[in-house]
Design a binder for this molecule. Structure first.
Ligand code: NDP
Length: 340
């Protein structure tokens, strides 16, 4: 019997040969990098309490359908670092031969380790955090390294200088920022350009119910030539039909409750979800599919960064790509529901 686990499992994984047939790829800002219209995030469902086989199946399903972009951060888990370790195991067993077909990203900016050097935006934190991330994932480099959130107490020159340094070290191919305002983004982009490492991409929270990026950020990104990848496009699962008939035991709100709490999902919110669900059904889509398609109708959005707790969910979400057209009536009905 062959006990070489890596060889054994690599042999077992033959990705779908037609994986590039249906997925569309969009240019990231003015860069040379194309990203799939749908990317997969490992914030949830890749921690030490999650089922390893299920996590593996989600990534295999993603890659089999042309999702070439896997998004991580130093503190995804729980515990912090766990998602990178889980990913590292899956990568080693199944994806290593396909490294050059993948765009792997990680981030630092939120709390990660004890003491003054494991949080925010210092050069000290960002450079050591990426070293740790690479070790956990078993990679020589990531494709994109992000500063995870703005830090008003650290000079932007220091934070952007750290990103530039990381690229020059060969530890990341591109850099990005997350949740920076339009004004902060302009400043950061200017510094990075002067340093010779252009800002590739911005990762903001953007979904039907959270529209802050429409207030200047998307225009700024378009003007400066930076890509946009929208996170939590399903509002952590609220923009699906899953909470319409109660609170499923295996849902994020019930199972986890750290970032999405049951009492946030109140009757008022559910009434809107119900109306959006009706509009989606009239388009022959699930609400999840409509929520993703609605983001992709805007060409300024490079990619929609979904999460999934199973490969079936991901398959459902991918079907969003079958209908990204919205009539004026659909759009105004959607706006009316959200205004009410
Ligand atoms: P989503 O809004 O896509 O929510 C994903 C959750 O929605 C799933 O875990 C699942 O929840 C539910 N779901 C997904 N697909 C379906 C479907 N088709 N039908 C029904 N329910 C579905 O995204 P996330 O909030 O998970 O964020 C996505 C990624 O964005 C993260 O993994 C991370 O990479 C990134 N991110 C970045 C942040 C940043 O600060 N830059 C912050 C947060 C996220 P359930 O478990 O209930 O089944």
């Amino acid at each position: 019997m062959n006990h070489d686990f890596n060889v054994l499992n690599q042999k077992n994984y033959i990705p779908n040969e037609a994986r590039y047939t249906n997925m569309k790829y969009r240019r990231t800002g003015k860069s040379g990098l194309l990203l799939p219209e749908i990317s997969i995030g490992l914030w949830h469902n890749f921690g030490f309490n999650d089922n390893f086989e299920n996590s593996t199946n989600i990534l295999k399903c993603a890659f089999n359908h042309g999702i070439t972009h896997f998004d991580l951060a130093n503190n995804y888990g729980p515990p912090y670092g766990a998602a990178e370790i889980t990913f590292g195991k899956i990568f080693k067993r199944y994806f290593k031969p396909f490294r050059d077909e993948l765009i792997i990203s990680t981030k630092a900016g939120w709390d990660m380790w004890a003491g003054p050097y494991g949080n925010f935006g210092s050069r000290k934190y960002l450079i050591s955090s990426l070293d740790q991330s690479l070790q956990r994932m078993g990679l020589d480099y990531v494709d994109i390294f992000y500063h995870h959130r703005p830090d008003n107490d650290t000079p932007l020159e220091e934070t952007m200088g750290a990103l530039d340094h990381i690229v020059r070290q060969g530890k990341a191919l591109y850099v990005g920022i997350s949740q920076y305002s339009a004004k902060e983004t302009k400043k950061a982009a200017k510094i990075l350009k002067q340093l010779g490492t252009p800002c590739l991409i911005h990762q903001p929270r953007y979904n039907l119910m959270d529209r802050w990026v429409e207030n200047g950020l998307l225009d700024t990104l378009d003007n400066v030539g930076i890509g946009a990848i929208a996170f939590s496009p399903l509002n952590q699962g609220v923009l699906t039909n899953k909470y319409l008939n109660g609170f499923p035991k295996d849902s994020r709100a019930v199972k986890d409750g750290r970032y999405l709490k049951v009492d946030q999902i109140n009757d008022e919110l559910l009434l809107k979800v119900k109306k959006l669900n009706d509009i989606a059904n009239s388009r022959d889509q699930s609400l999840a599919q409509m929520a993703i398609a609605w983001l992709l109708k805007d060409e300024r959005i490079t990619s929609v960064l979904v999460g999934a707790s199973s490969s079936n969910q991901l398959l459902d979400s991918i079907k969003a790509l079958d209908n990204k057209e919205f009539s004026k009536e659909d759009l105004s009905e959607i706006e009316q529901v959200l205004k009410d």
